[in-house]
Write a protein that binds this ligand. Structure first.
Ligand code: NAP
Ligand code: HSE
Length: 435
C-alpha cells in the first residue's frame, strides 16, 4: 500500500528543528514501514535565511513568514521547535484555531501559559502534544497520560535537566563549573538562554508539566519552588563524595492528601540510589503510584536528535489518533490546593561554617532541636581559624530546617550556611558512609 503523504511544517530550524528534518529524511523508509506515513517538511520558519545550518533544508523550505505556514492548507500538522514565549504563543493559538494540530518542545510556554493553549486546542478539536518538552527522548508524557491513565501517581522524583546533570557529573571528574557549562552549550544541550538551565527554571517548568499530567490539576511555573546549580562548588561535590553520595539537581512532585508540592533543588543522592547513576546529559524519572509501585524511565534528556525522536513520535501519534477522543482533552481536569510551603519533609545535609569556640556546636544543635530537626550524623572539619559542620538530619520539614538555619545564621559564631540540600536515600540515613 502506498504510504500516506503527510506534509508538515516546523516553527524553528535550529538544533531540534534541523534534527527533525534530518531524521525524517534519513529514516524515511523505517518510518513508512512502521507507520504507513511519509512525513515531509514543506516549510520551516526561521529568523535568518542566510545562517549556516547543520542539515541544510532544500530550496524553498525555509521562510521568515509565519503566514506561509498558517495559510497553507496543505500542511497537516506543525511542530513548534523555536522556543520562547512570544511570538510563539500567538503562533500556536493561530494554528490551533485554524484546525492544525501542534507538537511542541516548549516547556516554558506550556508551564506558564498552558491553560489557554489547551483550552484552545480542545475548543478546536485538535491535539496539542508535548512529549519533547520533558526529558527529550524519554516517553514520559505518553506513559503518564496513556499507559498509566488509571494509576494514581502520587510522587515523581526526577533528574529532568540534561545541562545541569552534565555539569554536575563533569565536576565529579574534576572539571570546573565554567568548563562544564561551556561544553554543555557546545553539545547543544543548553537552552538559548542557559540561565534557564542553571537556575533550575527549565527543570521547574518540566516538573510543573509532569505534575499537571500526573495529578490532573494545573501546576504552573509560579507554583514550583526552585533553586539551581549556580552555587554548587567543588567543595560541595567532594563533601558529597566523602559521604558516599553525589549531587544531582532533583525535581520532586508530591501529592499529600490531595494537596501538591512541586520543587527543584540540588540534592545529595545516595550512591546506592538509582538516580545517582544517571550521568551526563541523561535524565531519569521515577513514578510512584498505587498500582505500579515504582516505574523508572531513563534516557537521553537533551540534544537535537534525541528531542527530534520525541517530536516525530508525537506527530505519528497525532496522525494515528485524530478524531479518537480523550487525547484531544486537556490532561488537567480538577483543581487541587498546594501544600503549604515548608510542610513537605525530607532528611537534609547541612554544611555550616562556624568559629571554633567552646559551646558553638551546642548552640547550633540547640537551634536545630528548637525546630524539631534531629541530627542523625555529624562530622566537624577544621578550617583556617574555624570549623565546618557537616550535618545529616533525620526527616524534617523544609520550613523547620529553613527557620533553624535562619537562626543559626544569626548566631555571632556562625560564618556561613554553605549548603542545605535534601538527601535522597533508600538506606536509613544512619547507614550512609562517611569516609
Ligand atoms: P535553537 O537551536 O536556538 O533554534 C531555535 C530556532 O527557532 C532557530 O531556527 C531560530 O531561527 C528559530 N526562531 C527563534 N525565534 C524565532 C522567531 N521569533 N521567529 C522565527 N524563527 C525563530 O533552539 P533548540 O535547541 O532547537 O530548541 C528549540 C525548542 O526545543 C526550545 O523550546 C527548547 O526548549 C526545546 N528543547 C530543546 C532541546 C535541546 O536539547 N536543544 C531539548 C528539548 C526541548 P534562526 O535559526 O534563524 O535563528
Ligand atoms: N536545556 C534542556 C536540558 C534541553 O538541558 O535538559 C532539554 O529540554
Amino acid at each position: 500500500m502506498a504510504p500516506v503523504d503527510v506534509p508538515v511544517a516546523l516553527l524553528g530550524y535550529g538544533t531540534v528543528g534541523a534534527a527533525v528534518n534530518r531524521f525524517l529524511h534519513e529514516n524515511a523508509d523505517d518510518i513508512e514501514r512502521v507507520t504507513g506515513y511519509h512525513l515531509r517538511v514543506v516549510k520551516a520558519l526561521v529568523r535568518d535565511l542566510s545562517k549556516e545550518r547543520d542539515f541544510p533544508a532544500a530550496a524553498g523550505i525555509l521562510t521568515t513568514e509565519f503566514a506561509e505556514i498558517a495559510d497553507n492548507s496543505e500542511i497537516t500538522l506543525v511542530a513548534e521547535v523555536m522556543g520562547g514565549l512570544d511570538p510563539t504563543h500567538d503562533y500556536i493559538l493561530r494554528l490551533l484555531r485554524s484546525g492544525k494540530p501542534v507538537v511542541t518542545a516548549n516547556k516554558q510556554l506550556l508551564a506558564q501559559r498552558g491553560a489557554e493553549l489547551f483550552s484552545t486546542a480542545q475548543g478546536a478539536g485538535v491535539q496539542l502534544r508535548f512529549e519533547a518538552s520533558v526529558c527529550a527522548a524519554i516517553p514520559v508524557i505518553k506513559v503518564l497520560r496513556e499507559s498509566l491513565v488509571v494509576t494514581n501517581v502520587h510522587q515523581i522524583l526526577g533528574i529532568v535537566n540534561g545541562t545541569t546533570n552534565y555539569i554536575l557529573t563533569q565536576m565529579e571528574l574534576g572539571a570546573s563549573y565554567e568548563e562544564a557549562l561551556s561544553e554543555a552549550k557546545r553539545h547543544g544541550y543548553a537552552e538559548m538562554d542557559p540561565t534557564e538551565d542553571v537556575s533550575g527554571a527549565d527543570a521547574a517548568a518540566k516538573m510543573a508539566i509532569l505534575a499537571t499530567v500526573a495529578f490532573g490539576s494545573r501546576v504552573t511555573l509560579a507554583d514550583v519552588q526552585f533553586e539551581g546549580v549556580e552555587h554548587i562548588t567543588s567543595a560541595h561535590v567532594s563533601a558529597a563524595k566523602q559521604m558516599e553520595m553525589v549531587i544531582r539537581l532533583v525535581g520532586r512532585a508530591t501529592l499529600v492528601d490531595d494537596r501538591y508540592d512541586v520543587r527543584v533543588s540540588p540534592a545529595l543522592v545516595d550512591r546506592a540510589h538509582p538516580l545517582a547513576s544517571v550521568e551526563g546529559p541523561f535524565n531519569a524519572v521515577m513514578l510512584q503510584g498505587d498500582a505500579i509501585r515504582e516505574i523508572t524511565l531513563e534516557g537521553p534528556g537533551a540534544g537535537g536528535i534525541e528531542t527530534a525522536s520525541a517530536v516525530i513520535a508525537d506527530m505519528v501519534s497525532i496522525i494515528g489518533t485524530t478524531g479518537t477522543g480523550f487525547l484531544h482533552n486537556d490532561a488537567c481536569w480538577r483543581t487541587l490546593d498546594q501544600l503549604p510551603a515548608g510542610e513537605l519533609c525530607s532528611p537534609f545535609y547541612l554544611q555550616i561554617a562556624v568559629d571554633d569556640r567552646p559551646g558553638v556546636l551546642a548552640r547550633v544543635a540547640e537551634r536545630l532541636a528548637a525546630h524539631g530537626v534531629s541530627v542523625a550524623r555529624l562530622v566537624q572539619a577544621q578550617i583556617e581559624g574555624g570549623a565546618i559542620l557537616h550535618v545529616i538530619s533525620h526527616e524534617a520539614a523544609y520550613g523547620a530546617v529553613d527557620s533553624a538555619l535562619e537562626e543559626i545564621g544569626r548566631l555571632s559564631e556562625s560564618r556561613e550556611i554553605a549548603a542545605a540540600f535534601p538527601v535522597i536515600s533508600r538506606r536509613g540515613i544512619s547507614e550512609l558512609g562517611w569516609a
